[in-house]
Ligand binder design. Structure first.
Ligand SMILES: [Zn+2]
Length: 233
């Protein structure tokens, strides 16, 4: 069996979930799956419709963005994925979409405030929105710089990538990651739902307050803290 067969299959299945979850139209969006023992990841080829994908069409790329195996050109966002894998040693999956509500917040250049317990179940911070990139970054190696825009903004906000697994890039859209492609995909769907409910909350009640601290802590710790008691483990 080809040594990359597992990540090809995983990346294929995760990419096929994007349209099923309503997170992409046409070919917008991509998922990658990393294998850290080989320091490579499998990613969707550029511009190929979801209906035409199969595991063999996934492109294998190293953490410098160089194609290692595959006949097709990798997703145009490949260098962004490469930078994140290189800089963040504990992630094995990345998702980028232009899902409607998350993208609307990104275009509005706004963090998504924490308004309810669904948000607090996943993270205790507002979902950060990095500013749009500087002109020299856009004119330069754009996709590579997008990766650094994400990393630099997370560092500047003192956010830990293992705690906050999602970000909006201003004027562009959402990126999510996780310890597996499945987790990154889950985060992408959760982000879209949080973006939607936060938007609706502000429509129903303009000027609504953020969730109060006691509820933020309670809900996060139920799932994540020492002594968490949500689920069966
Ligand atoms: Zn994009």
């Amino acid at each position: 069996m080809n040594k990359y067969a597992q990540i090809r299959q995983t990346a294929f299945e995760a990419n096929m979930q994007l349209p099923r979850l309503g997170l992409v139209l046409f070919t917008f969006g991509n998922v990658s799956a990393a294998d850290r023992s080989f320091r490579v990841f499998a990613i969707k080829p550029s511009g190929v419709p979801y209906a035409d994908l199969n595991p063999d069409k996934m492109v294998i790329v190293d953490f410098n963005g160089k194609v290692v195996e595959g006949d097709l050109r990798p997703s145009s966002d490949t260098l962004t994925h490469a930078v994140l894998y290189k800089e963040w040693p504990n992630i094995e999956g990345i998702v980028h979409t232009h899902s409607t509500y998350a993208t609307a917040w990104a275009q509005s250049l706004r963090d998504i405030p924490i308004y309810g317990t669904t948000h607090a179940d996943h993270l205790i911070h507002d979902i950060p929105c990095a500013p749009p990139m500087e002109d020299n970054m856009i004119a330069g190696n754009y996709e590579h710089e997008t990766g650094y825009q994400i990393i630099n903004f997370m560092n500047w906000k003192k956010l830990n990538y293992e705690e906050v697994e999602m970000i909006l890039v201003g004027s562009h859209g959402p990126f999510t990651w996780g310890t597996s492609p499945e987790k990154a995909l889950y985060n992408s769907a959760v982000l879209e739902e949080l973006a939607k409910t936060a938007y609706l909350t502000e429509q129903i009640r303009p000027g609504v307050q953020r969730l109060k601290d006691a509820l933020i802590r309670k809900h996060y710790e139920r799932k994540h803290g020492q002594g968490s008691y949500y689920g069966q483990e």
